[in-house]
Design a protein around this ligand. Structure first.
Ligand SMILES: Nc1ncnc2c1ncn2[C@@H]1O[C@H](COP(=O)(O)OP(=O)(O)OP(=O)(O)O)[C@@H](O)[C@H]1O
Length: 279
């Protein structure tokens, strides 16, 4: 079992101060991209307010291009907001990254092509200057169903298998905040559902604060405490859906009336041509 109190003990008063803060907080965030070919900047996001509590799992849904990945990239410190603020664990994302407390698995997460699955998953330990705990790497390979592929190089694996390595790698250091951008996108439906259930269990037990971008409404409802529907463009929060079921959730939840009711409501919101059914 993971000890979430370790940062409090390690960082003393700094952690006490951070305890006053949400895990992730976006306030009045807008994002514009300057495109040289256009006279006006492209306003991708506007007026995004989002507070994510410690241990909460939030899924971001919305039409293609509404800015979901941009939100995630700002939380990861890979983009800066044009206006507004983004705080992670009470500070700038860069502070969390420097302490190796942020895990990311993005669609395009590059694996080291010359390194084995094992070494790719072990990479965060090496980057953090820590010794590689063999048992942990073995357990992570097993969690993502790749126990027989420890020595395989990325090019010997399918796209879905590479994604699973990225997921395992993002979890390696047991981060405080986990950012996942369509991590299951290249998987077949059966493997996707199996991993949803299995990793959903792991994340719920560890209470890792998680932000997941997905196009799969059922996946969002199965995994998340809250589903945020963004509408475009510029992207803003159109709807917030609380999923009133304790995590971890099993297959019985996916067969329940409550699950299907929420999935149907979200699908009709996303289907609304007026732009995501603003309440
Ligand atoms: N670095 C960039 N430079 C210019 N435009 C960008 C950049 N990054 C994203 N955009 C634009 O911002 C908009 C939102 O992109 P983003 O990837 O955040 O959307 P998304 O909701 O995640 O889309 P999808 O669901 O298709 O992955 C798009 O119009 C995209 O072209």
């Amino acid at each position: 079992m993971v000890d979430k109190g370790r940062h409090s003990r390690r960082n003393g008063r700094a952690a006490d101060h951070a305890a006053d803060h949400a895990a992730v907080e976006l306030r009045g965030v807008a994002k514009e991209f300057d495109l040289s070919r256009r006279r006006e900047a492209l306003r991708v996001l506007d007026g995004i307010d989002l507070t994510i509590a410690r241990g909460e799992f939030v899924a971001l849904l919305g039409p293609s291009g509404c800015g979901k990945s941009t939100v995630l990239r700002m939380i990861a410190g890979l983009e800066t907001p044009t206006s507004g603020s983004v705080e992670v664990e009470g500070g700038a994302p860069s502070a969390l990254i420097a302490e190796h407390r942020l895990g990311v698995a993005f669609q395009d997460s590059a694996l080291l092509p010359w390194a084995s699955a094992w070494d790719n998953i072990a990479l965060p330990f090496r980057l953090a200057g820590r010794s590689v705990p063999e048992e942990r790497i073995r357990a992570l390979l097993e969690t993502v169903g790749l126990e027989g592929f420890a020595k395989a190089r990325p090019k010997q694996l399918s796209g879905g298998m590479r994604q699973r390595i990225s997921i395992a790698r993002s979890m390696a250091l047991d981060p405080d905040v986990l950012l996942l951008d369509e991590p299951f996108g290249a998987l077949d439906a059966v493997t996707r559902r199996r991993l949803n259930l299995e990793l959903g269990g792991v994340w719920a037990r560890r209470r890792t604060t998680t932000v997941l971008v997905t196009h799969d409404v059922a996946e969002a409802v199965l995994l998340a405490d809250r589903v945020i529907v963004l509408t475009g463009r510029p992207g803003s929060v159109a709807h917030v859906e609380e999923v009133p079921a304790p995590r971890p959730r099993g297959e019985d939840f996916t067969r329940s009336h409550g699950f299907h009711e929420v999935v149907d409501r979200l699908i009709s919101l996303l289907d609304d041509p007026s732009g995501g059914g603003k309440p």
